[in-house]
Every structure is written in C-alpha cells, then in structure tokens.
Design a protein around this ligand. Structure first.
Ligand code: HEC
Length: 159
C-alpha cells in the first residue's frame, strides 16, 4: 500500500463515518414527538394527586369538614365548611372561628386559589388567619388541589 493510497483510504473511511453520523442525528431530529396523552386521563391523575395532598398531606378536612356528635369528621359532609374546633392556648385576636366550604371551590378564581395555597394571602389581600396554615405550596400542588376541590359536588348550604 503506497502512502497516497493509504491517505485516500483513510479519507474514504472518514467521509463514510461522517455521513453515517449525520444521518443518525437527522433521524433523531425528525423523530416523531412523544405521544401526547389525551387530556382526560391527565386531568384525572391531577385530581387524584390533589385528593392525596388534601386528604393525606395537608389534611384540609381536619378543619373544613364538620364533625359529628362524637367529634369524628362527618364524611357525609366532606369539606362543606365547619366551625373552628381548636382554640389557641394563648388568646389572640387573630383566630378565625369558621373554615369555609371547599367542596366545588365555588366563589374562587384559579388565581385566588393559588394565592391562598402558594402565598397564604386571601382574596381580600390579607394573610389567611389562623388556625389555617400559611402554606407555601408549589404551583403544581396548588393546581392539583384546586382541580380536586372543583371536582367535588359543591352546592351545599353553608353550615
Ligand atoms: C388547621 C385548620 C385548617 C386547615 C388544616 C386548613 N384550613 Fe383552610 N381555613 C381554615 C380557617 C379557620 C379558615 C378561615 C381563615 C380566615 O378567615 O382568614 C380557612 C380558610 C380557607 C380558605 C378561604 C380563604 C379566604 O380568605 O377566603 C380556603 C380557600 C382554604 N382555607 C383552603 C384550605 C385548603 C385547600 C386546605 C388544605 C390544603 C386548608 N384550607 C387547610 C382552617 C384550616
């Protein structure tokens, strides 16, 4: 093999390699977009996540569901609003005596709900009063909780 031939051969391999690589990357570029999941199951899983956060993490029902005569949460009136049942050890002027109905989440815009759950600010622009917590939820969690609350039947008379 003379030097010139070897040089040509090397070049040939290089060109073949480059062509193969560019074909590969163009195939990657033209790959079809990931299958879009239909929005119904996506929304359902968001509601399920909201239910989990409400029932098992933030425990909103502890204050927002009325209790029966023995002090147990009355599941037949789930998140329908309740009188405050816990009292502060040290008297304070800031203590809300009622937790409003959440089922259906009527009367709140998306933005108001997010402001309450992400920053602890009510629709009146003031901090939410205790015993409600000032939550600092992330946006996705707040949205999931709102979706869950909206999924509940909500035309209950206020207790
Ligand atoms: C420890 C008791 C408690 C828990 C737990 C609780 N809340 Fe509340 N919540 C209250 C009380 C009391 C109020 C009334 C506060 C006020 O008047 O400022 C309230 C108010 C609200 C309001 C109305 C705010 C306004 O200014 O209109 C919303 C919405 C709300 N809560 C949602 C939730 C959600 C969602 C959860 C769970 C993620 C939750 N709360 C957990 C006690 C609680």
């Amino acid at each position: 093999m003379n030097a010139r031939f070897r040089w040509m051969f090397g070049l040939l391999i290089l060109v073949a390699f480059a062509a193969g690589a560019s074909r590969l990357s163009s195939r990657e570029r033209s790959a079809p977009p990931a299958q879009k999941t239909s929005s119904a199951p996506a929304q359902q899983s968001q509601i399920e996540r909201g239910r989990y956060l409400v029932e098992n993490v933030a425990m909103c029902q502890e204050c927002h569901t009325p209790r029966d005569a023995s002090g147990e949460i009355d599941k037949s009136r789930w998140l329908q609003g309740a009188a405050t049942w816990i009292m502060p050890v040290h008297p304070t002027t800031k203590w809300a005596m009622r937790a409003p109905a959440l089922a259906g989440f009527q009367g709140y815009t998306e933005e108001q709900g997010e402001e309450i759950l992400e920053r602890g600010i009510g629709p009146n622009g003031l901090p939410i009063q205790p015993p409600m917590h000032i939550y600092h939820m992330n946006h996705a969690d707040a949205q999931a909780i709102i979706a869950y609350l909206r999924s509940l039947p909500g035309s209950y008379p206020q207790q």
